[in-house]
Design a protein around this ligand. Structure first.
Ligand code: HEM
Length: 409
């Protein structure tokens, strides 16, 4: 059943009230239909877990269509030349590739992010977590995102890639500007800022590659520079885009998960007590943090072939779907009592990390970073409480807090 006009006015991605509390609206939309047409963005919105889960694995859908069709063939506008630096910075991003290029690039990066390779980083990550958190806890109160999560998460991804940690603030500023491009409500001013950030980020990464050629180390960027798989060298543009996507994706969602998830735990003190007492392990609680208030709320796919149906609706080549991950993760047909935050639920079948060929390459790292953070917070500051009412950034696709003020208690 198509949603009523009244319900659609409440699904307003620009409305701070919707962004602050999207789940009741998403529940109504999901109860009405597995997929509905959304005129403002000209997309089909997918609401239910089984439809999202299926779409993620359907190879007839793609993150892009340009490997198969021209813009004109699908009646779509060509990219706006004003934002060409942004387009260039993402041209070879894993998120914008489909096989065979996707397979070739992803196989080079996967090795570094296998669960066992990531597990070997645990001592370094634990030490970093304690080093950043201890002085904040001693101070009696702190803002979790800028005080802890951002410097910690950027330091981890920089250590893996071989990027200087002194550049943390530059990287944060660029990625915060660039992620605005993924919203459905971006203004031209934000697009201009994202374009400038992308241009500077590309120049920075090219200089970094030149440095790695002169002074190689054994970390990921150097490995990419040196790699020659199946006799085929990577191009510099491919390495630049891969480095940028890993640096950006490597902290934005992790930081937002920690913020959203710690907010959830602070709002449910009984659940926080289960974590601090050890009744629920940090590893288990992390899965519920990603499910219950997922930081990546929406991701898109293009229909590349005839005969594709999602949620029972037959689609045409060139149609675009937007999968509502936050809605799928609260689907009562898949998760019992889905609105309940249950730190011990331990259900990893949520779609917070996507699925199929574009499944989050950083998921093992994100899980480890979040687990270590939660364990460190629980051991150094078990009496944590909210010090102020948190609020959400005015963006829906990447959904996270402006900050999370905590008191050590
Ligand atoms: C809790 C934290 C994280 C969440 C919730 C998350 C979420 C996601 C999601 C939903 C996708 C799939 C997008 C799609 O299907 O279109 C994805 C892809 C990706 N993520 Fe993550 N991510 C997280 C952390 C990370 C980290 C730490 C890294 C890097 C080290 C990373 C790197 C990537 C990359 C490179 C892709 C693209 C993979 C591909 O297209 O083949 N992510 N992530």
């Amino acid at each position: 059943m198509a949603p009523s006009d009244e319900l659609l006015t409440r699904f307003d991605l620009t409305d701070p009230a919707f962004i602050a509390a999207p789940y009741p609206v998403l529940a109504e939309l999901r109860a009405g239909a597995p997929m509905f047409w959304y005129e403002p963005s000209q997309q089909w919105m997918v609401t239910r877990w089984d439809a999202v889960h299926g779409a993620l694995r359907d190879r007839r859908l793609g993150r892009i269509y340009t490997h198969r069709y021209t813009h004109a063939e699908l009646g779509r506008p060509a990219p706006d030349p004003r934002w060409s630096d942004f387009v260039e910075s993402e041209r070879w991003s894993l998120l914008n590739l489909e096989p065979p290029d996707h397979t070739r690039l992803r196989s080079l990066v996967t090795k570094v992010f296998t669960p066992s390779a990531v597990a070997a980083l645990r001592p370094m990550i634990e030490e970093l977590s304690a080093t950043v958190l201890a002085p904040l806890v001693e101070g009696g109160g702190f803002e979790l995102l800028t005080g802890y999560a951002q410097p910690y998460s950027v330091a981890v991804i920089c250590s893996m890639l071989g990027v200087p940690r002194e550049d943390t603030q530059l990287l944060l500023d660029w990625s915060h500007a660039i992620v605005k491009m993924y919203e459905l409500t971006t203004t031209d001013e934000q697009r201009g800022a994202a374009n400038t950030a992308a241009r500077d980020f590309v120049a920075y990464t090219r200089a970094l590659l030149a440095d790695k050629r002169r002074r190689p180390d054994d970390l990921l960027v150097s490995q990419l520079v040196a790699v020659e798989e199946a006799g085929e060298r990577l191009t510099e543009d491919e390495i630049v885009c891969t480095t940028i996507v890993l640096l950006n994706a490597g902290h934005e969602a992790t930081v937002n998960t920690l913020g959203n998830g710690m907010r959830a735990l602070m709002l449910h003190p009984g659940e926080w007590a289960r974590v601090t007492s050890g009744a629920v392990t940090a590893r288990t609680a992390v899965e519920e943090m990603v499910r219950w208030d997922t930081p990546v709320q929406l991701f898109e796919r293009w229909v590349l072939e005839e005969g594709v149906a999602v949620g029972g609706v037959e689609l045409q080549v060139g149609d675009e779907i937007a999968m509502l991950f936050g809605s799928a993760n609260r689907d009562p047909d898949h998760f019992p009592d889905p609105d309940r935050f249950d730190a011990g639920r331990g259900d990893a079948t949520h779609v917070g990390f996507g699925g199929g060929t574009h499944f989050c390459i950083g998921a093992p790292l994100a899980r480890l970073e979040l687990e270590v953070s939660l364990a460190t917070l629980a051991s150094l500051a078990p009496g944590l409480v909210l010090a102020a009412e948190p609020s959400y950034n005015p963006t829906f696709v990447i959904r996270g807090l402006t900050g999370l003020e905590l008191a050590v208690g």
